[in-house]
Write a protein that binds this ligand. Sequence first.
Ligand code: 5GP
Length: 178
Amino acid sequence: MKEIRILDKSFREMITEEAIRMRIGELAEQMNNDLKNKDVVCLGILNGAFLFAADLFRRLEIPARISFVKLASYEGTRSSGTIKELIGWNEDIRGKTVVVLEDIVDTGHTLERIMAELVMRKASEIRIATAFYKPEAYRSNISLDYVGFEIPNDFVVGYGLDYDGYGRNLPSVYTLIH
Ligand code: 5GP
């Protein structure tokens, strides 16, 4: 088993590069079938989804566009904690089929935030694709249309996912060794 170290923590390989490549091929095939006659805009959520978005988008054979947004945290003016804003919109999604490309869905809070924004901007249809999903942590009832891998509720890095900024360039996914 491959083990790596990032900063102060050790991680063990959990999903190989090859397994990810194969699974993304399957997701792309499903999407090619499902979304054949739609006007599709893929929406990658930065930073984590950049590799997943690139790999999946390249395998799409339907006419599709891609755009990226980022969730920026800022402190609220009152003591209401951190507010997350989606920044970087440059695409009119009104009336479009939007496919959200997420790196990982954990509690689902991020997804809820994104969903609200897409509804406000009047997308006609919204689909969710995520590379990784932690069902044990999920607290939302938004249904996920394309899930790469269901994983246990542990911290993972690699394939776009970071630990303190590092590890995004790892081609496999690694899980924290406790
Ligand atoms: P949620 O809002 O669903 O709880 O969390 C989603 C976000 O939390 C992801 O987009 C990702 O940035 C971060 N996240 C959740 N689980 C993990 C994990 O295991 N590893 C890393 N690196 N980030 C995670």
